[in-house]
Design a protein around this ligand. Structure first.
Ligand SMILES: [Zn+2]
Length: 148
């Protein structure tokens, strides 16, 4: 069974793969979804090997960028940043009346973009697990470009 969160994630990945050209080689329909358990990226270009992440979020107004977007696990993200590894990000905003796709190149990603959350409490199913948020307010103006 898929949860609402997984459904939204699937929607985001599928709509980017269907709609967006590869930002690197500019080809259409070459972005393919990676398996769910593939850790660092969600899409790969099957022509040039370009990797990217996709985040999807439900919003009221797709013209308005949220201040924060829920990220993933903090540990691996921190390790990648410590090695200066960043991935391009597609942000899909979904509202009742449509959706928008924004793109954030690695050039504008700095450590301030990733803010760690409090580890989950002892009572949580995944006690001690720590996630992060994308703090979009830390980005320079115009860094997130609407592409669709
Ligand atoms: Zn490509």
């Amino acid at each position: 069974m898929t949860t609402k969160k997984q459904e939204l994630g699937n929607f985001g990945e599928a709509i980017v793969a269907k709609t967006c050209a590869c930002p690197k080689c500019k080809r259409q329909k070459t972005l393919k979804r990676l398996p769910t358990n593939f850790k660092c990226a969600d899409l790969i270009c099957d022509f040039c090997g370009f990797l990217s992440q996709v985040k999807a979020m439900t919003v009221k107004d797709i013209e308005q960028l949220p201040k924060q977007v829920l990220g993933a696990a903090w540990g691996p993200q921190k390790e990648r940043m410590d090695s200066s590894i960043y991935f391009p990000l597609f942000l899909v905003l979904k509202a009742a009346n449509g959706h928008a796709i924004y793109y954030l190149p690695v050039d504008f990603q700095r450590p301030e973009l990733f803010s760690p959350r409090k580890p989950l409490s002892e009572k949580a199913r995944r006690a001690g697990w720590q996630g992060f948020m994308y703090n979009l307010e830390a980005l320079p103006k115009g860094a997130l470009v609407r592409v669709a």
